[in-house]
Design a protein around this ligand. Structure first.
Ligand SMILES: Cc1ncc(COP(=O)(O)O)c(C=O)c1O
Length: 370
């Protein structure tokens, strides 16, 4: 049996007819750039998140860039972010001319270590980008308290954690900005690239809205330089059909994760550490189910792939060790480095089904018994 890491067609299959109708209706409308579908999607996404404003953009990366621009982050500024994350978190900082300053992560949650953030602050620090990695909230209350004390902007990179939350408040809605991705592997997978910015403040939201369209306001007048960061009307229209299913996708992921946690409880903790189960106050969305394999990670990966079970190392090289950031001389970040050598994500997508997840368990257990 072949078990992929992700099965995008399986999620779309039940919606196929509806999606084709949406495609036809957008095609016939001729309205492809911004317009009513984008406005409707933004309204529905804002209601879902419980925020006054969301702005649809071209990707999760562009969501970060446009939020940084709206926050006035630029040359000479430092932005603290985790090293153990996807590249876009720090890449976007460089794209606006600022400097990423890497903080270490926590071993149990994979998320940014607040104490490490505190040790990185300088007079140049302008913002923090905490990431809610793998579907789990970082210590956002602590980050907000520290940021308030030091007058820093907080941009929550929520690309992997749309619909996760803390105390029934959704990730991405604590900071000045939340940024989200609809890359097909994300919790709300789109049909190409697209993303979203959420914002609590009216003026900042208006700034993001203008920056997404070349900083233009009114038409052909530019008080600021933005870019083309617009979401396509077609993406927005298709995502509107999927948004009502987002919570049920999360529930299916949680069921798979619960099954793994139970099945893998018997594994030797000296050889492998399971992800934290999450608490009732913390709505974990299980964008990834990530094992920490002590010593034999690459062997387990090879074993899974040989057995036709998809898996992936998110992320093999922490950002402070990437060639393009070698000039930043971040020093050692021991936890980020350890996580990069131990992390292995296995299939947890909602459409996995009983047979396929049983197969994953069988293959993983057979490795540790050998
Ligand atoms: C943590 C994180 N930030 C940002 C992004 C960028 O999102 P996108 O691929 O939509 O540009 C991703 C996507 O993989 C991500 O995982």
């Amino acid at each position: 049996m072949n078990v992929p890491l992700l099965d995008v067609p399986a999620q779309n299959a039940p919606l196929r007819d509806e999606l084709l109708q949406v495609f036809e209706s957008v095609l016939d409308s001729g309205y492809f750039i911004l317009g009513p579908e984008v406005e409707a999607f933004e309204k529905e996404a804002a209601e879902y998140l419980g925020v006054p404003h969301t702005i649809g953009v071209s990707s999760g990366t562009d969501a970060l860039i446009v939020a940084l621009l709206a926050a006035g982050v630029g040359p000479g500024d430092e932005v603290i972010c985790p090293s153990f994350t996807f590249f876009a978190t720090a890449g976007s900082v460089v794209r606006v001319g600022a400097t990423p300053v890497f903080a270490d992560s926590l071993e149990d949650s994979f998320n940014i270590d607040l104490e490490s953030v505190k040790s990185r602050i300088t007079s140049k620090t302008k913002a923090i980008i905490p990431v809610h990695l793998f579907g789990r909230s970082c210590e956002i209350a602590g980050v907000m308290e520290f940021a308030d004390e030091h007058d820093l902007v907080v941009i929550e990179d929520t690309a992997q954690s749309l619909s996760a939350g803390v105390d029934s408040r959704k990730c991405g809605t604590f900071g000045h900005f939340g940024t989200y991705s609809f890359f097909p592997s994300k919790n709300l997978g789109g049909y190409g690239d697209s993303g979203l910015v959420s914002c609590l403040d009216d003026d900042l939201a208006e700034k993001v809205r203008q920056l997404r369209n070349h900083g233009m306001h009114p038409k052909y007048y530019h008080a600021m330089v933005g870019g083309n960061f617009r979401i396509d009307a077609l993406q927005a229209a298709l995502l509107r059909k999927k948004l009502p299913h987002l919570d049920s996708y999360g529930e299916a992921r949680a069921e798979n994760a619960g099954y793994y946690l139970e099945e893998f409880a018997e594994l030797d903790s000296e050889q492998v550490t399971l992800p934290l189960p999450g608490t009732s106050e913390e709505g974990v969305i299980w964008n990834q189910f990530t094992l920490k394999v002590h010593g034999r990670r690459d062997e387990l990966k090879a074993h899974l792939l040989e057995s036709q079970v998809g898996c992936e190392v998110y992320y093999p090289v922490p950002l402070h060790q990437q060639e393009c950031f070698s000039h930043l001389q971040a020093g050692a970040l021991p936890v980020a480095e350890k996580l990069a050598s131990e992390a292995l994500s296995i299939p947890v997508f909602g459409e996995l089904g009983e047979e396929r997840r049983e197969r994953v368990v069988e293959v993983v257990k057979s490795f540790f018994k050998s």
